[in-house]
Design a protein around this ligand. Structure first.
Ligand SMILES: Cc1ncc(COP(=O)(O)O)c(C=O)c1O
Length: 385
């Protein structure tokens, strides 16, 4: 058998940590390595495989489209693209009128920033400390984190970083020269920080008062992850620009930037395009995925997420500083050696991922059951004792 880890490390640019395991197949909540060992996937590829691996209905829809038409430039019309756009806009909220399709979360945010600047004619953007919006040059400009930013400084435009979940900080820097405030409803990569439940309601009011666009990045929190299709649907507010990605197309690469009428009016032909954006294959994945996210599923995410959080909170260990999260977006903040803990969990054939510097993050697929959670919590208990 070929040594795939060796080959991958030999030929890929060295930008990823290597977790030392080679997966060749997935089924439901499990990933299988080259020797047939089965791993419990409590991270769903950083939140992508929300219905687990090779979900039957999604795979059927994508396969059908694969045999029909995979890609078609945006200057031509297509049945799947038209239908997926209508469905997504209708599910997200009344103020969203148009969608721009792309191929990743970073691209969705890149478009959001360009649309905000094109609409307002301003270049001052407010973003959050500890926030994450991608690593392309545009999105890196609004992503926090010295280590990612330093080699590329100066980055784009006039970006001001403020504390997340802090209204006074926003009030202090927002002004008539500001184009937009970009924010995650729950900070994901930064370490799973859930703000006060009124935070985004207040943010919406302040942005309205100053005529500043609100960009809400739901790339990690969206598509049911927190127990509602969008996390902000719990607050009743809507964004001016909403970004989605990760699990939106059932595992096919995708990004979506939804905009209101005002922004739609300001965007002119050629302003921003992408060869693969809105390709019929991804759009078939979007439809299959959206059609599976119903109230029953969202209730399950809420309930089983609470169960997971409570079970994690019940672990008696001085190593655990905090357990945070909502729905199936959960972080366990540990005192020391977070990476060692992830390694030990992997040794027990349970997959979790890092967030921030000290957090073990769980983003399980929505098909997760109590038995999977119990196993994860038991192993974590054993490791910590
Ligand atoms: C909130 C948020 N925004 C943007 C991104 C970037 O998405 P991608 O990695 O698909 O470019 C991520 C990825 O983790 C994310 O969590």
């Amino acid at each position: 058998m070929k040594n795939y880890q060796f080959l991958q490390q030999k030929y890929l640019v060295n930008t990823y940590v290597n977790r030392g395991v080679t997966f060749i197949r997935g089924e439901g909540i499990y990933l299988y390595d080259e020797f047939g060992n089965k791993y419990l996937d409590m991270m769903s590829n950083y939140g992508v495989n929300i219905f687990g691996h090779v979900n039957k209905e999604i795979t059927e829809q994508i396969t059908k489209q694969l045999k029909t038409l995979t890609t078609l430039h945006g200057s031509f019309n297509n049945n799947k693209r038209a239908e997926a756009s209508e469905l997504l806009i209708k599910r997200c909220g009344l103020s969203y009128k148009f969608v721009y399709w792309s191929n990743s979360g970073a691209e969705a945010n890149e478009a959001a920033l360009k649309f905000a600047v094109a609409t307002t004619g301003k270049k001052k953007i407010i973003a959050c400390e500890n926030g994450y919006h991608g690593k392309t040059l545009g999105t890196l400009s609004v992503t926090a984190g010295e280590k990612y930013r330093k080699p590329f400084l100066p980055l784009l435009w006039n970006v001001i970083f403020i504390k997340h979940d802090n209204i006074e900080a926003l009030e202090k820097v927002i002004d008539k020269n500001t184009a937009a405030f970009i924010v995650e409803p729950i900070q994901g990569e930064g370490g799973i920080y859930v703000p006060d439940k009124n935070y985004l309601i207040k943010v919406r009011k302040i942005c309205d008062k100053h005529g500043v666009l609100l960009i809400v990045d739901e790339i990690q929190t969206g598509m049911g992850r927190t127990g509602s299709l969008l996390s902000i649907q719990k607050t009743g507010i809507e964004a001016d620009i909403l970004t989605l990605g990760k699990g939106l197309a059932g595992g096919i690469p995708v990004g979506a930037t939804l905009v209101n009428q005002k922004i739609g009016n300001a965007i002119f032909k050629g302003l921003h395009t992408s060869t693969f954006g809105g390709n019929p294959l991804a759009c078939a994945g979007v439809m299959a995925t959206l059609n599976k996210i119903d109230n029953k599923l969202l209730k399950h995410v809420t309930e089983i997420g609470s169960y997971f959080i409570n079970e994690l909170k019940s672990i008696k260990s001085s190593s655990i500083l905090d357990v945070r999260g909502q729905g199936l977006m959960i972080g366990v903040d540990v005192k020391e050696d977070r990476n060692g803990l992830l390694k030990k969990l992997q040794g027990e054939k349970i997959l979790a991922i890092p967030a921030g510097e000290t957090v073990v993050r769980f983003l399980p697929p929505f098909i997760v059951e109590k038995k999977h959670i119990d196993k994860t919590v038991d192993k974590l208990k054993q490791i910590l004792s």
